[in-house]
Design a protein around this ligand. Sequence first.
Ligand code: PLP
Length: 378
Amino acid sequence: MRVYLDNAATTPLDPEVIAVMTDVMKNQYGNPSAIHGPGREVRTLIEEARKTIARLLNVTPSEIFFTSGGTEADNMAIRCSVEDLEVTRIISSPIEHHAVLHTVQELANKSKVKLEMVKLTPTGQIDMVDLERLLHTGKDKTLVSLMHANNEVGSLLDLDAVGAMCQKYGALFHSDTVQTMAHYRFDLQKTHVDFLAASAHKFNGPKGVGFIYISNRNKIKPLLTGGSQERNMRSGTENVYGIVGLAKAFQISHDQMDEKTALISGLKNYMKERLKAEVDGVRFNGEENGLYTVLSVSFPPSKVADMLLFKLDIEGVSASGGSACSSGTDIGSHVMSALNADPSRPNVRFSFGKFNTKEDIDFTIEVLKKMHNTAVAT
Ligand code: PLP
Protein backbone atom coordinates (compact mmCIF):
# COMPACT_ATOMS: atom_id res chain seq x y z
CA MET A 1 0.00 0.00 0.00
CA ARG A 2 1.22 3.52 -0.76
CA VAL A 3 -0.29 6.43 1.15
CA TYR A 4 0.29 9.95 -0.13
CA LEU A 5 0.23 12.53 2.66
CA ASP A 6 2.33 15.22 0.98
CA ASN A 7 -0.38 17.34 -0.63
CA ALA A 8 1.18 20.62 0.50
CA ALA A 9 4.16 19.75 -1.71
CA THR A 10 1.94 18.90 -4.64
CA THR A 11 -1.40 17.24 -5.35
CA PRO A 12 -2.40 14.51 -7.79
CA LEU A 13 -4.21 15.73 -10.89
CA ASP A 14 -7.98 15.55 -10.90
CA PRO A 15 -9.11 13.17 -13.70
CA GLU A 16 -11.46 15.85 -15.05
CA VAL A 17 -8.49 18.20 -15.32
CA ILE A 18 -6.51 15.58 -17.22
CA ALA A 19 -9.47 15.17 -19.59
CA VAL A 20 -9.71 18.86 -20.53
CA MET A 21 -5.95 19.21 -20.82
CA THR A 22 -5.67 16.15 -23.04
CA ASP A 23 -8.39 17.50 -25.29
CA VAL A 24 -6.50 20.78 -25.71
CA MET A 25 -3.22 18.94 -26.33
CA LYS A 26 -4.83 16.84 -29.02
CA ASN A 27 -7.02 19.39 -30.71
CA GLN A 28 -5.97 22.96 -29.93
CA TYR A 29 -2.46 23.56 -31.18
CA GLY A 30 -2.78 27.10 -32.52
CA ASN A 31 -0.57 29.85 -31.17
CA PRO A 32 -2.91 32.14 -29.20
CA SER A 33 -1.17 35.20 -30.66
CA ALA A 34 -1.91 34.10 -34.24
CA ILE A 35 -4.69 35.86 -36.11
CA HIS A 36 -5.97 32.73 -37.89
CA GLY A 37 -8.88 30.58 -36.71
CA PRO A 38 -6.97 27.92 -34.71
CA GLY A 39 -5.03 30.69 -32.96
CA ARG A 40 -8.18 32.63 -32.14
CA GLU A 41 -9.85 29.50 -30.74
CA VAL A 42 -6.95 28.99 -28.35
CA ARG A 43 -6.99 32.67 -27.37
CA THR A 44 -10.66 32.20 -26.44
CA LEU A 45 -9.75 29.26 -24.19
CA ILE A 46 -7.21 31.39 -22.32
CA GLU A 47 -9.64 34.27 -21.89
CA GLU A 48 -12.37 31.91 -20.67
CA ALA A 49 -9.91 30.52 -18.11
CA ARG A 50 -9.07 34.04 -16.96
CA LYS A 51 -12.76 34.89 -16.61
CA THR A 52 -13.40 31.76 -14.53
CA ILE A 53 -10.70 32.73 -12.06
CA ALA A 54 -11.72 36.38 -11.94
CA ARG A 55 -15.36 35.47 -11.31
CA LEU A 56 -14.49 33.15 -8.42
CA LEU A 57 -12.27 35.79 -6.79
CA ASN A 58 -14.75 38.61 -7.52
CA VAL A 59 -12.26 40.69 -9.51
CA THR A 60 -12.06 41.76 -13.14
CA PRO A 61 -10.27 39.53 -15.68
CA SER A 62 -7.81 42.39 -16.29
CA GLU A 63 -6.42 41.76 -12.80
CA ILE A 64 -5.38 38.13 -13.47
CA PHE A 65 -2.13 37.20 -15.23
CA PHE A 66 -0.95 33.65 -15.88
CA THR A 67 2.56 32.72 -14.77
CA SER A 68 4.72 29.62 -14.55
CA GLY A 69 3.59 29.10 -10.96
CA GLY A 70 3.80 30.50 -7.46
CA THR A 71 7.50 31.32 -7.53
CA GLU A 72 7.18 33.57 -10.57
CA ALA A 73 4.07 35.26 -9.18
CA ASP A 74 5.82 36.02 -5.88
CA ASN A 75 8.90 37.31 -7.68
CA MET A 76 6.80 39.48 -9.96
CA ALA A 77 4.86 41.08 -7.11
CA ILE A 78 7.94 41.86 -5.07
CA ARG A 79 10.45 42.80 -7.75
CA CYS A 80 8.00 44.90 -9.77
CA SER A 81 6.82 46.76 -6.65
CA VAL A 82 10.40 47.80 -6.03
CA GLU A 83 11.13 48.54 -9.67
CA ASP A 84 7.92 50.30 -10.65
CA LEU A 85 6.05 51.41 -7.53
CA GLU A 86 8.87 53.13 -5.67
CA VAL A 87 8.94 50.65 -2.81
CA THR A 88 12.03 51.21 -0.66
CA ARG A 89 11.08 49.16 2.40
CA ILE A 90 9.73 45.61 2.67
CA ILE A 91 8.16 44.12 5.77
CA SER A 92 8.14 40.33 5.69
CA SER A 93 8.62 37.36 8.01
CA PRO A 94 11.35 34.76 8.56
CA ILE A 95 8.96 31.88 7.80
CA GLU A 96 8.00 32.88 4.25
CA HIS A 97 8.53 30.38 1.45
CA HIS A 98 11.94 30.82 -0.19
CA ALA A 99 10.22 32.25 -3.29
CA VAL A 100 9.56 35.30 -1.11
CA LEU A 101 12.35 35.10 1.46
CA HIS A 102 15.24 34.74 -0.99
CA THR A 103 13.75 37.48 -3.18
CA VAL A 104 13.38 40.05 -0.41
CA GLN A 105 16.81 39.14 0.99
CA GLU A 106 18.43 39.59 -2.41
CA LEU A 107 16.82 43.00 -2.85
CA ALA A 108 17.99 44.01 0.62
CA ASN A 109 21.54 42.70 -0.02
CA LYS A 110 21.68 44.81 -3.17
CA SER A 111 20.53 47.81 -1.08
CA LYS A 112 17.41 48.24 -3.18
CA VAL A 113 15.20 48.05 -0.10
CA LYS A 114 15.35 48.15 3.66
CA LEU A 115 14.10 44.80 4.96
CA GLU A 116 12.29 44.50 8.28
CA MET A 117 11.09 41.22 9.74
CA VAL A 118 7.93 41.16 11.80
CA LYS A 119 7.91 39.24 15.08
CA LEU A 120 6.17 35.86 15.25
CA THR A 121 4.19 34.14 17.96
CA PRO A 122 5.49 30.71 19.11
CA THR A 123 2.91 29.02 16.86
CA GLY A 124 4.08 30.88 13.77
CA GLN A 125 1.50 33.63 13.56
CA ILE A 126 2.30 37.24 12.83
CA ASP A 127 2.50 39.47 15.88
CA MET A 128 -0.04 42.08 14.77
CA VAL A 129 1.10 44.63 17.37
CA ASP A 130 4.63 44.42 16.01
CA LEU A 131 3.35 44.71 12.44
CA GLU A 132 1.45 47.88 13.30
CA ARG A 133 4.50 49.26 15.12
CA LEU A 134 6.62 48.69 11.99
CA LEU A 135 4.02 50.20 9.69
CA HIS A 136 3.68 53.20 11.99
CA THR A 137 7.40 53.99 11.87
CA GLY A 138 9.33 55.35 8.91
CA LYS A 139 8.29 57.26 5.83
CA ASP A 140 9.53 54.83 3.16
CA LYS A 141 7.09 53.50 0.58
CA THR A 142 6.45 50.03 2.03
CA LEU A 143 5.47 46.63 0.69
CA VAL A 144 4.21 44.10 3.22
CA SER A 145 4.79 40.54 2.00
CA LEU A 146 3.27 37.94 4.31
CA MET A 147 2.01 34.50 3.37
CA HIS A 148 -1.63 33.54 3.96
CA ALA A 149 -0.77 30.06 5.27
CA ASN A 150 2.62 28.70 6.14
CA ASN A 151 3.42 25.64 4.03
CA GLU A 152 5.29 23.83 6.83
CA VAL A 153 3.26 24.41 9.98
CA GLY A 154 0.00 25.74 8.56
CA SER A 155 -0.26 28.93 10.61
CA LEU A 156 -2.76 31.33 9.06
CA LEU A 157 -2.68 35.09 8.54
CA ASP A 158 -5.76 37.25 9.00
CA LEU A 159 -5.74 38.65 5.46
CA ASP A 160 -8.59 41.08 6.13
CA ALA A 161 -6.92 42.55 9.21
CA VAL A 162 -3.49 42.88 7.57
CA GLY A 163 -5.06 44.29 4.41
CA ALA A 164 -6.93 46.91 6.41
CA MET A 165 -3.77 47.80 8.34
CA CYS A 166 -1.76 48.20 5.14
CA GLN A 167 -4.48 50.40 3.70
CA LYS A 168 -4.50 52.55 6.85
CA TYR A 169 -0.73 53.14 6.64
CA GLY A 170 -0.56 53.46 2.84
CA ALA A 171 1.50 50.28 2.39
CA LEU A 172 1.19 47.82 -0.48
CA PHE A 173 0.19 44.28 0.49
CA HIS A 174 1.35 41.10 -1.21
CA SER A 175 0.34 37.70 0.11
CA ASP A 176 1.68 34.34 -1.01
CA THR A 177 -1.60 32.45 -1.18
CA VAL A 178 -0.10 29.35 -2.80
CA GLN A 179 -1.27 27.07 0.03
CA THR A 180 -4.74 28.58 0.38
CA MET A 181 -5.93 29.55 -3.11
CA ALA A 182 -8.75 27.18 -4.10
CA HIS A 183 -8.77 25.77 -0.55
CA TYR A 184 -10.63 28.79 0.83
CA ARG A 185 -13.03 31.21 -0.83
CA PHE A 186 -11.74 34.73 -1.47
CA ASP A 187 -13.79 37.83 -2.12
CA LEU A 188 -11.30 40.44 -3.19
CA GLN A 189 -13.92 43.19 -3.14
CA LYS A 190 -13.93 42.71 0.63
CA THR A 191 -10.26 41.93 1.28
CA HIS A 192 -7.80 44.71 0.54
CA VAL A 193 -4.76 43.18 -1.18
CA ASP A 194 -2.51 44.43 -3.95
CA PHE A 195 -0.95 41.15 -5.12
CA LEU A 196 -1.71 37.45 -4.59
CA ALA A 197 0.20 34.43 -5.88
CA ALA A 198 -1.30 31.05 -6.83
CA SER A 199 -0.07 27.72 -8.18
CA ALA A 200 -2.26 25.12 -9.90
CA HIS A 201 -0.41 22.03 -8.68
CA LYS A 202 -1.45 22.75 -5.10
CA PHE A 203 -5.13 22.26 -5.97
CA ASN A 204 -5.14 19.18 -8.19
CA GLY A 205 -4.10 21.10 -11.28
CA PRO A 206 -0.96 20.82 -13.40
CA LYS A 207 2.57 21.80 -12.43
CA GLY A 208 4.33 24.74 -14.06
CA VAL A 209 1.36 27.09 -14.19
CA GLY A 210 -0.13 29.60 -11.79
CA PHE A 211 -1.35 33.15 -11.71
CA ILE A 212 -0.82 36.47 -10.07
CA TYR A 213 -3.64 38.77 -9.04
CA ILE A 214 -2.63 42.40 -9.42
CA SER A 215 -5.13 44.96 -8.24
CA ASN A 216 -6.07 47.49 -10.93
CA ARG A 217 -4.74 50.16 -8.55
CA ASN A 218 -1.18 49.11 -9.35
CA LYS A 219 0.45 49.71 -12.71
CA ILE A 220 3.61 47.70 -12.97
CA LYS A 221 5.82 46.70 -15.88
CA PRO A 222 6.48 43.07 -16.88
CA LEU A 223 9.11 40.97 -15.14
CA LEU A 224 9.68 38.98 -18.35
CA THR A 225 9.97 41.03 -21.52
CA GLY A 226 9.63 39.70 -25.03
CA GLY A 227 6.59 38.96 -27.13
CA SER A 228 4.12 41.06 -25.11
CA GLN A 229 1.73 38.22 -24.23
CA GLU A 230 -0.63 38.55 -21.26
CA ARG A 231 -1.48 42.10 -22.32
CA ASN A 232 2.22 42.94 -22.30
CA MET A 233 2.60 41.87 -18.68
CA ARG A 234 4.21 38.44 -19.11
CA SER A 235 5.99 37.53 -22.32
CA GLY A 236 6.33 34.00 -23.65
CA THR A 237 3.93 31.76 -25.58
CA GLU A 238 1.22 30.78 -23.14
CA ASN A 239 1.13 27.35 -21.46
CA VAL A 240 -2.29 26.79 -22.99
CA TYR A 241 -3.16 23.33 -21.66
CA GLY A 242 -1.71 24.33 -18.30
CA ILE A 243 -3.92 27.41 -18.16
CA VAL A 244 -7.01 25.43 -19.19
CA GLY A 245 -6.16 22.77 -16.57
CA LEU A 246 -5.60 25.41 -13.92
CA ALA A 247 -9.01 27.00 -14.55
CA LYS A 248 -10.74 23.62 -14.51
CA ALA A 249 -9.05 22.65 -11.24
CA PHE A 250 -9.94 26.05 -9.77
CA GLN A 251 -13.59 25.67 -10.77
CA ILE A 252 -13.80 22.09 -9.42
CA SER A 253 -12.20 23.14 -6.14
CA HIS A 254 -14.78 25.87 -5.71
CA ASP A 255 -17.66 23.58 -6.66
CA GLN A 256 -16.45 21.03 -4.10
CA MET A 257 -15.25 23.53 -1.50
CA ASP A 258 -17.62 22.67 1.35
CA GLU A 259 -17.42 18.88 1.06
CA LYS A 260 -13.68 18.98 0.41
CA THR A 261 -13.04 21.17 3.45
CA ALA A 262 -15.18 18.91 5.65
CA LEU A 263 -13.49 15.74 4.39
CA ILE A 264 -9.92 17.02 4.73
CA SER A 265 -10.47 18.73 8.10
CA GLY A 266 -12.07 15.51 9.34
CA LEU A 267 -9.04 13.46 8.26
CA LYS A 268 -6.63 15.91 9.88
CA ASN A 269 -8.54 15.88 13.17
CA TYR A 270 -8.86 12.10 13.10
CA MET A 271 -5.12 11.70 12.62
CA LYS A 272 -4.38 14.21 15.37
CA GLU A 273 -6.63 12.44 17.87
CA ARG A 274 -5.21 9.00 17.04
CA LEU A 275 -1.63 10.27 17.32
CA LYS A 276 -2.40 11.84 20.70
CA ALA A 277 -3.96 8.61 21.93
CA GLU A 278 -1.53 6.10 20.47
CA VAL A 279 1.94 7.60 20.06
CA ASP A 280 3.49 8.76 23.32
CA GLY A 281 5.09 12.18 23.46
CA VAL A 282 3.80 13.65 20.20
CA ARG A 283 3.25 17.39 19.97
CA PHE A 284 1.87 19.54 17.19
CA ASN A 285 3.49 22.54 15.56
CA GLY A 286 1.56 25.61 14.47
CA GLU A 287 -1.70 27.00 15.70
CA GLU A 288 -4.68 24.92 16.80
CA ASN A 289 -6.98 26.16 14.03
CA GLY A 290 -4.48 26.50 11.23
CA LEU A 291 -4.59 25.45 7.59
CA TYR A 292 -6.89 22.43 7.37
CA THR A 293 -4.69 20.57 4.90
CA VAL A 294 -1.54 20.50 7.07
CA LEU A 295 -0.68 18.64 10.29
CA SER A 296 2.87 19.29 11.46
CA VAL A 297 3.87 16.73 14.07
CA SER A 298 6.80 16.92 16.47
CA PHE A 299 7.87 13.41 17.48
CA PRO A 300 9.81 12.60 20.64
CA PRO A 301 13.55 12.00 20.35
CA SER A 302 14.27 8.35 19.53
CA LYS A 303 16.74 6.13 17.70
CA VAL A 304 14.77 6.48 14.46
CA ALA A 305 14.41 10.25 14.82
CA ASP A 306 16.88 11.31 12.16
CA MET A 307 15.60 8.73 9.66
CA LEU A 308 11.90 9.13 10.27
CA LEU A 309 10.89 10.25 6.78
CA PHE A 310 13.00 7.61 5.06
CA LYS A 311 11.53 4.92 7.26
CA LEU A 312 8.00 6.18 6.60
CA ASP A 313 8.75 6.08 2.89
CA ILE A 314 10.06 2.51 3.09
CA GLU A 315 6.87 1.50 4.90
CA GLY A 316 4.78 3.13 2.15
CA VAL A 317 3.92 6.57 3.54
CA SER A 318 4.89 9.72 1.63
CA ALA A 319 5.22 12.70 3.94
CA SER A 320 7.59 15.61 4.20
CA GLY A 321 9.88 17.40 6.61
CA GLY A 322 9.17 20.80 5.13
CA SER A 323 10.36 22.64 2.08
CA ALA A 324 14.06 22.57 3.01
CA CYS A 325 14.13 18.86 3.70
CA SER A 326 17.27 17.21 2.47
CA SER A 327 18.15 14.43 4.85
CA GLY A 328 14.89 12.75 5.67
CA THR A 329 13.91 14.99 8.56
CA ASP A 330 13.36 18.71 8.86
CA ILE A 331 17.04 19.52 9.33
CA GLY A 332 17.67 22.80 7.58
CA SER A 333 14.11 24.05 7.79
CA HIS A 334 14.26 27.82 8.18
CA VAL A 335 10.68 27.73 9.46
CA MET A 336 11.44 25.30 12.29
CA SER A 337 14.53 27.20 13.33
CA ALA A 338 12.64 30.55 13.24
CA LEU A 339 10.08 28.95 15.56
CA ASN A 340 12.88 27.72 17.87
CA ALA A 341 11.93 24.06 17.44
CA ASP A 342 13.78 21.60 19.65
CA PRO A 343 16.41 20.12 17.29
CA SER A 344 16.30 16.72 19.02
CA ARG A 345 12.65 16.25 18.07
CA PRO A 346 11.97 15.30 14.44
CA ASN A 347 9.13 17.13 12.71
CA VAL A 348 7.03 15.56 10.00
CA ARG A 349 4.49 17.41 7.90
CA PHE A 350 1.50 15.29 6.95
CA SER A 351 -0.63 17.11 4.40
CA PHE A 352 -3.99 15.94 3.17
CA GLY A 353 -5.96 16.16 -0.03
CA LYS A 354 -9.36 15.27 -1.39
CA PHE A 355 -8.24 11.83 -2.55
CA ASN A 356 -7.17 10.72 0.94
CA THR A 357 -9.29 8.34 3.00
CA LYS A 358 -9.65 7.26 6.62
CA GLU A 359 -7.88 4.02 5.64
CA ASP A 360 -4.84 6.09 4.64
CA ILE A 361 -4.71 7.55 8.14
CA ASP A 362 -5.25 4.17 9.83
CA PHE A 363 -2.39 2.70 7.79
CA THR A 364 -0.09 5.62 8.65
CA ILE A 365 -0.88 5.39 12.36
CA GLU A 366 -0.08 1.68 12.40
CA VAL A 367 3.26 2.37 10.66
CA LEU A 368 4.09 5.14 13.13
CA LYS A 369 3.13 3.01 16.12
CA LYS A 370 5.29 0.14 14.90
CA MET A 371 8.27 2.43 14.25
CA HIS A 372 7.89 4.28 17.51
CA ASN A 373 7.56 1.16 19.63
CA THR A 374 10.57 -0.48 17.95
CA ALA A 375 12.63 2.68 18.47
CA VAL A 376 11.67 2.92 22.13
CA ALA A 377 12.40 -0.79 22.69
CA THR A 378 15.88 -0.74 21.09
N1 PLP B 1 4.83 29.56 -1.95
C1 PLP B 1 4.44 28.54 -1.17
C2 PLP B 1 3.84 28.84 0.15
C3 PLP B 1 4.60 27.23 -1.60
O1 PLP B 1 4.21 26.22 -0.79
C4 PLP B 1 5.16 26.99 -2.87
C5 PLP B 1 5.38 25.60 -3.34
O2 PLP B 1 5.97 24.78 -2.66
C6 PLP B 1 5.55 28.09 -3.66
C7 PLP B 1 5.37 29.36 -3.18
C8 PLP B 1 6.14 27.90 -5.02
O3 PLP B 1 5.15 27.56 -5.95
P1 PLP B 1 5.57 26.89 -7.36
O4 PLP B 1 5.98 25.49 -7.06
O5 PLP B 1 4.33 26.94 -8.18
O6 PLP B 1 6.65 27.72 -7.94
